[in-house]
Ligand binder design. Structure first.
Ligand code: AKG
Ligand code: FE2
Length: 340
């Protein structure tokens, strides 16, 4: 079994004018997308000051009392606001029953008001709820939302080039995207507490959208599932993790991987330690249809997925993880976990 390395890719040539170096980067990204589905991206251009201000705002929010945070909960069908520990189970997005995950989260995302004139479903583009107790929370989180969103868009340009479709190809799915920034805190009872053997920080799942830009503390916990087993991934302190979502697996007929991943309760030297992360999900327009690209179907590789809208796919996945109604439509993803 091969040792797994998540490749590091410097994407700065896609932020500079001109074509120099772009084909080589697209080649590296294509290889990473086929073999791993995750990459450690450096040269991404996101502002480190914006990241520091953002993580401070996150910490201040998660430090509030649970009853204060609970005032910012939204219904399960609205992917915004606060999720307390043990309120979601990501394996539900795969149609698999499990104990609830340990993490707590705070979500912000795009709202209908961001796209005047577009007729958008209210639940998918709900207004944000910002905690009044933390001055500057809205400014710091929306700033990182923009920085991470810019990285996601650079990656979509690279994907278009790598697939031979042109750097602008995926802009057609990015007119009023459902984008969400999920701040995760793997809040653990205490460093001395023994967890149940099957208790996970965040249960196994694939990400639901086009691409995810993930910042995480350089602390163990994240694991990706490839070749039938789980491999630990340590986030680089100087980079951002980028992973492909289900839309790219569907477009490419599984030539590119929407990698299964999970977060184990974070431990260093056997002791539980704090860990935070923030995932920016660039999911595409709610009404965009994701259908297999014609060039990705061959006699040996028949169409694996029926066309689906972004909205339908997100709804089935979120009903599974947030609504705790097991997703009946994720058999192909769930089958990959068999034997793990
Ligand atoms: O905390 C992490 O490293 C991963 C989080 C994640 O997979 C997610 O929020 O979808
Ligand atoms: Fe994820």
């Amino acid at each position: 079994m091969r040792e797994l390395t998540v490749p590091t890719i410097d994407v700065s040539a896609f932020r500079a004018p001109g074509d120099d170096g772009r084909d080589e980067i697209a080649r590296q990204v294509d290889r990473a997308a086929r073999e791993v589905g995750f990459m450690q991206v450096v040269g991404h251009g996101a502002d480190p000051d914006a990241l520091s201000a953002f993580t401070r705002a996150m910490d201040a929010f998660f430090a509030l009392d649970l009853d204060v945070k609970n005032a910012y909960r939204c219904p399960p069908g609205v992917n915004r606001g606060y999720s307390p520990p043990k309120s979601e189970a990501l394996r539900g997005s795969l149609g698999l029953a499990s104990a609830a995950d340990l993490f707590e989260a705070m979500n912000i995302g795009t709202s209908a008001a961001d796209f005047p004139g577009a007729d958008l479903p209210a639940d998918d583009y709900a207004p944000n709820v910002f905690p009044a107790e933390i001055p500057g929370f809205e400014a710091a989180t929306t700033r990182w939302f923009a920085e991470a969103g810019a990285v996601a868009r650079v990656m979509m340009r690279i994907f278009g080039r790598a697939l031979g479709l042109g750097e602008d190809y995926f802009a057609a799915f990015d007119r009023h995207p459902v984008d969400v920034l999920r701040m995760n805190n793997y809040r653990l009872p205490s460093a001395d507490v023994e967890l149940e053997p099957d208790q996970e920080g965040m249960g196994a799942h694939t990400d639901y959208g086009m691409v995810t830009v993930l910042w995480a503390d350089p602390v163990p916990g994240l694991e990706i599932h490839l070749d039938g087993r789980w491999h630990p991934v340590m986030p680089r302190a100087d980079g951002l993790l980028v992973n492909l979502g289900d839309a790219l697996a569907r477009w490419t007929n599984d030539q590119w991987i929407s990698t299964m991943h999970r977060v184990a309760p974070p431990r260093v030297g056997g002791r539980l330690v704090p860990r935070r992360s923030a995932a920016y999900f660039h999911d595409g327009d709610v009404d965009a249809v994701i259908a297999c690209l014609p060039g990705c179907v061959t006699d040996d590789r028949p169409v694996a997925y029926e066309p689906i809208t972004v909205g339908e796919h997100l709804r089935a996945k979120l009903d599974g993880s947030r609504g705790r109604r097991l997703n009946p439509a994720a058999g192909r993803e769930a089958a990959r976990l068999a034997g793990a």
